[in-house]
Design a protein around this ligand. Structure first.
Ligand code: ZN
Length: 466
């Protein structure tokens, strides 16, 4: 008898982590960091709820850190088996992990200077670049659609989830003597209105399905309306002369924004604003995107044009700022700049400096284009705070905050439902994960009302049999 335990992203959005145990093997599905309120105090550095050395294989659905970020710590604490992911994610993880390790190092240097000044002992960061390099050595990339035996009794296949490049839906066949049980994990499912990426692959067979429910309670506005709204913000900023700040993940969201801004440029609607990608990581990620062009949605109406021009020419005047000095110099620009920087939920990174220097100005526009977890600065801004604390300074929020849900990289409620009903009646056992409780309940209601299908909402630490 096999079992599944929910160690993360259970009634919350971040910290994805599920343990599958069969008679012979222990497989960790996802090993992500917790962010915002989900994080609590240093939760990412606590001991794992299982012995890392006892795990036989790790599966990672996509490169976002809330799905993949704790692998280096897992390795440091004794895991030395394989980490399976898609071929593209294999290309993205070195960029993500090395960046995370260098942020961690500077955080701890700062922390230790403070501790030593107070006459206290310095502390060690949870993991270092050496652990990252060791972890990267354990990663194996598998192409979409390639069904692979990872153990004599367990097979694995990744399908395109259309969320970011390289994102996957995970299919796992567990051979238990007489019977084979199939588990499907949706990963983060893409928004089928998003540009460039394919729609999430259709899956029709499973015994148990884990379905993400980030936007389980709402649908996004159509993309055309969202692009108009975005253009409206750009025009408003152009006429009053303020900067536009866009917090964005370096992976996926930043490349989408380059694409959308390029579209507006080609329609003659960008009026001399300069676009800055303030992220040393984003340029490396864009290079990976360039390398895997063949995985994009070839039916996208603008794709051919985009391909012809390439990332570099698609948006003339685009500037990548690399060094901290170049980034700091942007603080002196008072108007006419569109600044895209991480982190996507304003929990750190270069966007914090830009917020500090611009939030108090009435002419500033902040455009929120991605999900903001409870407890993050991004969520506080979306919820209408009038004052916030950044680096210990109190900052008045006079800027206009715009939330453009239609740019989401996640499926909306209808899309989640229509992906799940592809499974053959009477429908597999369905567990909702990766969502806040309200979103999960709302999605659960719709499954019951429209399909008489009762979805389970597992609690943190709950174990179920497969
Ligand atoms: Zn994601």
């Amino acid at each position: 008898m096999a079992s599944l335990t929910f160690y993360g992203a259970a009634q919350q959005v971040t910290g994805s982590c599920y343990l599958i145990e069969t008679q012979h093997h222990r497989i960790l599905l996802e090993c992500g960091i917790r962010q915002g309120r989900d994080k609590r105090v240093d939760e990412n550095e606590k001991p794992f709820e299982f012995d890392p050395a006892s795990i036989d294989a790790v599966l990672i659905s996509h490169a976002h850190l809330d799905h993949s970020g704790l692998v280096p710590l897992l390795v440091k604490r004794g895991y030395n088996g394989p980490v399976y992911t898609s071929t593209v994610t294999h290309g993205l993880l070195p960029i993500m992990y090395r960046d995370a390790a260098s942020l961690l190092r500077s955080d701890y240097e700062r922390k230790n200077r403070r501790l030593m000044r107070a006459g206290k002992k310095a502390v060690e960061p949870p993991y270092t670049i050496e652990d990252v390099e060791r972890a990267l050595g354990q990663v194996t990339g598998i192409d979409y659609g390639n069904r692979q035996k990872i153990f004599p009794d367990i097979e694995l296949r990744f399908l395109d989830a259309g969320h970011i490049l390289g994102s996957t839906i995970v299919e796992l066949w567990l051979n238990q003597g007489e019977t084979v049980r199939k588990l499907v994990f949706s990963g983060d499912l893409g928004n089928s209105c998003a540009p460039l990426l394919n729609d999430p692959a259709v899956v029709s067979e499973a015994d148990i399905v884990l379905l993400e429910s980030t936007y389980g309670d709402r649908n996004h506005r159509p993309l055309v309306d969202t692009l108009e709204e975005f253009n409206g913000v750009i025009e408003a900023a152009a006429s009053t002369g303020g900067n536009i700040l866009i917090p964005a993940f370096a992976v996926g969201r930043t490349q989408d924004l380059i694409y959308w801004l390029g579209l507006l440029y080609h329609e003659g609607r960008l009026r001399g604003q300069k676009v800055f990608i303030d992220s040393p990581m984003a340029i490396k990620v864009s290079n990976v995107y360039e390398r895997y062009h063949h995985l994009f949605n070839q039916d996208d109406p603008h794709f051919r044009e985009f391909m012809k021009q390439g990332w570099d020419n698609w948006l003339p005047g685009l500037t990548y700022t690399q060094s901290p000095e170049e980034s700091m110099a942007l603080n002196r620009v008072n108007a006419g700049a569109i600044i895209i920087a991480g982190s996507g939920m304003c929990t750190g990174g270069r966007i914090m400096h830009h917020l500090k220097h611009n939030l108090w100005r009435e002419k500033t526009h902040v455009v929120i284009v991605g999900y903001q977890a409870i407890g993050t600065l991004g969520r506080v801004l979306v919820d209408g705070a009038t004052r916030v604390k950044i680096f210990g300074d109190e900052i008045a929020v006079k800027a206009q905050i715009h939330t453009l849900g239609g740019f989401s990289a996640h499926a909306g409620q209808d899309q989640l439902l229509s992906w799940a009903v592809n499974f053959q009646a009477p429908g597999p056992r369905l567990c909702l994960v990766h969502g806040e409780p309200d979103a999960m309940q709302s999605l659960q209601q719709r499954f019951i009302q429209e399909h008489q299908w009762k979805a389970h909402i597992p609690a943190m630490g709950e174990m179920i049999s497969i």
